[in-house]
Design a protein around this ligand. Sequence first.
Ligand SMILES: [Zn+2]
Length: 168
Amino acid sequence: MNKPLDLRGKRFGRLVALEPTNRRSGTYVVWRCQCDCGNITYAAVGNLKRGNVTSCGCRRREIVRTQVWPAGHAACSRNYLDGTCVTTLLQAPGARNTSGTVGVKWHKCKKKWIADIQFKGKRYYLGSSENKETAIALRKEAEQRIHGDFLSLYYSEHPDIRRRQPPD
Ligand SMILES: [Zn+2]
């Protein structure tokens, strides 16, 4: 077996190797690394040397924040998570909303109530009904499924934000 590489103090992107651990990833030794952002992270020698791992994950988060999130929302970027604007998600129905429920709109041509939901930057069509209550129920059910998980993830990442309840 080869003599283990001594990477102590060596820099890989934002990471500085601190010490080897007893953990292995395949044949590679896993090193404890210090990231420039202050986080401690663990990376296998192979990934470090190939440049696969260059931060604790903060670099990727920054790229997402600056490039993936809509530019117009840069100012409220902390309200964004995976492309879903939490502010939008929690807001009361807008003035132009025809049903009084976010995500339920009257479709003039179809003469039906349309329910949809926006999640991770995509709009999902949930269904339609001539009955407004049915469309609202579709939306509420989807909200609970999608936003319930989403909001708990959001609050766990932003513990400083007081937990607010979505409007009924
Ligand atoms: Zn970091």
